[in-house]
Design a protein around this ligand. Structure first.
Ligand SMILES: *Cc1c(COP(=O)(O)O)cnc(C)c1O
Length: 380
C-alpha cells in the first residue's frame, strides 16, 4: 500500500533548468540579477509599489516590524490561531504580542476581538490568512484606521487566494509571503515583503543585507565607491538560486492552485453529510489558497486515535496549526477559547497539487471509517 503524503512540493524540470542557468552565471548568492527580476515580477503580480525578496517569511515579518518602527514595550495584536511566526517577530523587537481570538467558522482573526484588545500601548495588528484563507480585511482596516494603528497581512499560506476581488498579499499596506516547501509556491525556503510604501520597502531591503546596498550592484560601478554601514542589518537575503526557482513557480501559481482547488472540491463532495466532521468554510467574498485542508472533528471523536489510524493506513495527517497563546514561550495568561478549541479538534489531511483523485477517495473513505470508530458517546 502506498503512502499518501500530507504535503508535497511541486518542483520539476523547469525549475531545474532555471537553477542550471544560475550555476553557469557564476553568481548564486543574493541580490544578483535574478533577485531584482523576481521583485519586479512580484510587484507587478500583486499590484504593489515595493517587493523585497528575503530568505523566509519570518525574516519578512521581522523586517516589517523594524521598518514600521515598533519599539520595545509596544503591544502588537496578533491572530492567535496560526503558526507562531507573527508573535515570534513581535518578540524579536522586544515588543509584546497580544493574542486575538479567531472566528469559529474560518479560523481567521475576529475583528471584534482585535477591537476589544486595543489599549494605550497598541501600535499595530498582524492578521493571518489562516492556512490560505484571507481574514476580514475590510473590518480590520476600518479598526486600524480609526485608531491610527498599522496593519500587516501574514499571507504566508495565501499566495493565489483573493478577498473581495483583490489578491492575498495586497490586502494590507504591508504583507509577508512564505515560499517554504509546504506553501503553495516554493523555493525550499524563501519569502517576500510586499508594500504600498516604497520607503518602507527601501528600509526593509537595506536591513535585509547587513545594512548596505547590493554588493553585486556596487561591483558594476566604475571607480571604487566604498559603501558605509549605517544600520545594524541582518542577512535575510534570498539567494539567486532560490529567486530563479521562484520566477518559474510564480508562472505556475494558477495551474498549481487549480489542482489544489479540485482536491478541495472533491473532499467536499465525498465528506459532506458526515456529521462527525465540519468541513472548511469559505465566505462568498473570498477564495482559499488551500495551503492545508483542515477538518474539525466532533468533540466526541478521539483525534489522536483517528490520526494513529490514518497513519497506520498510509494516510498522512497532522494537527493543523497552533493556538499561539497556549505556547509556553509567550508566558501569557490570556485566553482565546475559540482558537484553543480549534487547536484541540482540527485535523489536516493530505493537500497538495499532485494528489490523484483516487488518493482523495482513499483518504475520505479512511477518514469516514476512522472518525466513526473513534467517536465515543461518553465524550462531549
Ligand atoms: C509558514 C508560516 C510562516 C513562516 O514562514 P517561513 O517562510 O517558514 O518563515 C509564517 N506565518 C504563517 C502564517 C505560516 O504559515
Amino acid at each position: 500500500m502506498d503512502t499518501i503524503p500530507l504535503v508535497h512540493a511541486s518542483l520539476g524540470e523547469q525549475e531545474l533548468a532555471a537553477v542550471a542557468e544560475v550555476f553557469r552565471s557564476g553568481w548564486p548568492a543574493g541580490q544578483g540579477p535574478r533577485g531584482p527580476a523576481l521583485e519586479r515580477e512580484l510587484a507587478e503580480r500583486f499590484g504593489v509599489d515595493g517587493a523585497v525578496a528575503v530568505s523566509n517569511c519570518g525574516a519578512a515579518l521581522h523586517l516589517a516590524l523594524l521598518a514600521l518602527g515598533v519599539r520595545p514595550g509596544d503591544e502588537v495584536i496578533v491572530a492567535d490561531y496560526t503558526f507562531p511566526a507573527p508573535a515570534h517577530a513581535v518578540r524579536y523587537v522586544d515588543a509584546v504580542p497580544v493574542f486575538a481570538d479567531v472566528r469559529a467558522d474560518t479560523g481567521t482573526v475576529d475583528p471584534q476581538a482585535v477591537a476589544d484588545l486595543i489599549g494605550p500601548r497598541t501600535v499595530g495588528v498582524i492578521a493571518v490568512d489562516t492556512v490560505g484563507l484571507p481574514a476580514d480585511y475590510a473590518d480590520l482596516k476600518s479598526i486600524t484606521d480609526r485608531y491610527g494603528l498599522f496593519l500587516v497581512e501574514d499571507a504566508a499560506c495565501a499566495v493565489g487566494a483573493t478577498y473581495q476581488g483583490r489578491p492575498a498579499g495586497a490586502l494590507a499596506p504591508v504583507a509577508c509571503l512564505s515560499f517554504h516547501g509546504r506553501k503553495g509556491i516554493t523555493s525550499g525556503e524563501g519569502g517576500a515583503l510586499l508594500t504600498t510604501d516604497p520607503s518602507l520597502a527601501a528600509d526593509a531591503r537595506l536591513r535585509s543585507s547587513f545594512g548596505i546596498e547590493s554588493i553585486f550592484e556596487q561591483a558594476r560601478v566604475i571607480g571604487l565607491p566604498i559603501p558605509e554601514f549605517t544600520e545594524i542589518g541582518y542577512n535575510y537575503k534570498l539567494s539567486d538560486i532560490a529567486a530563479a526557482i521562484l520566477r518559474v513557480q510564480l508562472g505556475r501559481i494558477d495551474a498549481l492552485l487549480d489542482r489544489r482547488r479540485a482536491c478541495a472540491e472533491r473532499y467536499r463532495e465525498l465528506l459532506t453529510g458526515e456529521e462527525l466532521l465540519t468541513l472548511p468554510h469559505v465566505p462568498t467574498d473570498r477564495t482559499h489558497a488551500w495551503q492545508s485542508y483542515l477538518v474539525t472533528l466532533d468533540p466526541s471523536v478521539d483525534r489522536a486515535g483517528v490520526a494513529a489510524d490514518l497513519r497506520a493506513r498510509g494516510v498522512g495527517c497532522g494537527h493543523g496549526t497552533w493556538a499561539c497563546h497556549l505556547q509556553p514561550v509567550y508566558e501569557t495568561k490570556q485566553q482565546c477559547p475559540v482558537s484553543a478549541d480549534l487547536f484541540q479538534r482540527t485535523l489536516a489531511i493530505p493537500m497538495h497539487a499532485e494528489l490523484g483523485m483516487n488518493q482523495i477517495e482513499r483518504v475520505a473513505e479512511t477518514l469516514r471509517g476512522s472518525v466513526r470508530t473513534h467517536a465515543s458517546p461518553h465524550r462531549t
